[in-house]
Design a protein around this ligand. Sequence first.
Ligand code: SF4
Ligand code: SF4
Length: 203
Amino acid sequence: MSLEAFKNRNVGSQNYVPVEIDDYPTDGWDKFKQVVKRSLSKELFVGLWVVFREMVKFKIHTVQYPEEVLPLPPRYRAVHKLLRLLESGNERCIGCGLCEKICVADCIRMETKVDENSRKEVTEYSINLGRCIFCGYCAEVCPELAIVHGSRYENVSEQRAHFVIKDDMLTPIDFLKQQNEFDGFGAVSPNADELVKKTPLAY
Ligand code: SF4
Ligand code: SF4
């Protein structure tokens, strides 16, 4: 095979489709004609017709945020809440520290003390929302369903280190009646009793 034949060994004219490329306009008048031609092509009017057709249907899909917000799914993981016991109003958190230990972003800080009744009391509790990745581990590991994910997602701040503290998360005692039993992320599922299997060992 000659060198020329070797260079053209994969080149067959039947495999190529020549593309028609218009000459680019060089002077101002030709450029103006090209702009007019492209601007008034029929695609423009098709687009205008689609817009007009949807406009006269008056089906508004835009959500007027913040006056109007979309409903969140129940398992959405937004800013945390600390819950109280519905019967007594006591804080559910027992200060076990599991949430602090499992936190992958290391953003939970808590302080505890032993109160006058020899019970452990959580004095300080904060989450650095600038670090939190809203993974939900803290809510999932909590044995008391004390920390859950609420539905407040508007947590913008001017500070990089933006903390949510215990008083902001804890249900105010005056609003205890408004605290619903949480059925979102980390909560016991409604059919938990059906899912629990009896221990096979006889005690
Ligand atoms: S959601 Fe995840 S990252 Fe945020 S505080 Fe809980 S465990 Fe930490
Ligand atoms: S895991 Fe639950 S009970 Fe334990 S310290 Fe965290 S919030 Fe409190």
